[in-house]
Design a protein around this ligand. Sequence first.
Ligand SMILES: Cc1cc2nc3c(=O)[nH]c(=O)nc-3n(C[C@H](O)[C@H](O)[C@H](O)COP(=O)(O)OP(=O)(O)OC[C@H]3O[C@@H](n4cnc5c(N)ncnc54)[C@H](O)[C@@H]3O)c2cc1C
Length: 372
Amino acid sequence: MNSAAAASKIAVIGCGISGAVCASSLARNGVSVAVFETARGPGGRMSERKETTEDGKEMLFDHGAPYFHVSNPDVLGLVRDWEARGIVSQWKDNFGSFDCLSKQFTDIEKEGLSIKYVGVPGMNSICKALCNESGVESKFRTCVGKVEWLEEEDLWSLTSVDGQSLGHFKGVVASDKNIISDRFTTVTGRLPPIDLTLVPELATKINEIPVNPCFALMLTFGEPLRSIPFKAFSFEHSETLSWAFCNSSKPGRPKTSECCWVVHSTAQYAKEVIAKVGLGMLSNTVFSQIAEELFQEFQKTAADIPHPLFMKAHRWGSAFPAVSVEREEKCLWDGKKRLAFCGDFCVSPNVEGAIISGLAAASKFVDIASCL
Ligand SMILES: Cc1cc2nc3c(=O)[nH]c(=O)nc-3n(C[C@H](O)[C@H](O)[C@H](O)COP(=O)(O)OP(=O)(O)OC[C@H]3O[C@@H](n4cnc5c(N)ncnc54)[C@H](O)[C@@H]3O)c2cc1C
């Protein structure tokens, strides 16, 4: 990238919902922006997973966030716009709860009390649409491995993990706390991309964030599970499972005879498993054992749940940050170096918190746009 282009461009690392909202907001405000995402597509913890059965049928699962609520007026404004564009819909099924002791289901919400939103046709649709907006340049399968501060040029230099130069930028938004946390080293064996000594205050805050893990179990049955009275329900008195969602019942999903469910483990279960098997690569055998264990608990909800046509477990090592580090400012910001950190860990451990934080990070740059 030539220096004139670098003079005003902002790099956003990560295309989860906070990074995607931030990039979209920057572009809409006339700030030039490039997004780098290590995964093959956008979404982060709002991703959609494509799987294939043995007989070649394709299935799609929202294996991260299954839906979200909104109460913040700014976020509501955005979500209504996304609804009008057809990338978000309301999921109108009533949610229930299953008590593992009494073996009873109960209705936990009165109709219309809380609006539940989903991306359409998958939870990743919002990030997909935002990173394709005019003015947003997106690069996938690009893991940022080094973010260097060039003091003399007053610019940032980004390099991928395989040593490729990604260009020079006037500012950087990091939308994943692992980019400067010790956890990055624990999981990857590499040094964090951003040198912690450059931003000691921010690093201290980020390193202190404990996280709750979760295993998601993806299931496909040959037909709908008619003995389960709810399309989504929580588990009471289960040490293993927390929630179950019928993916196929969400609006805009493919209408097939098969029926897909996603079941979430409790954080406690996930912590115990991770304590035994670690955060590194797991073998298929270990994943199969975890899937079987989670399915056995799910099967207790009704007498006639058949064995699924497809079953697979996914590990979310950092599913939910357990604390919020910047509820006031909504993002972490170093104005001198033009470096922002955004994500759910700043505001609240959910989609809405991540959106609020992405908007806040963008506004830091928009406020100084005339100096970029
Ligand atoms: C199982 C599960 C269930 C959930 N349930 C709900 C729910 O019911 N309701 C709700 O509102 N929320 C829920 N959440 C939480 C919600 O998904 C998150 O709060 C939100 O998606 C976080 O978005 P984010 O942008 O902050 O982070 P992320 O989505 O984690 O985005 C960070 C992105 O940065 C990328 N990245 C990291 N490092 C690099 C690098 N070096 N180079 C390039 N890219 C990089 C990552 O690949 C990722 O895409 C759930 C999450 C999980 C996992």
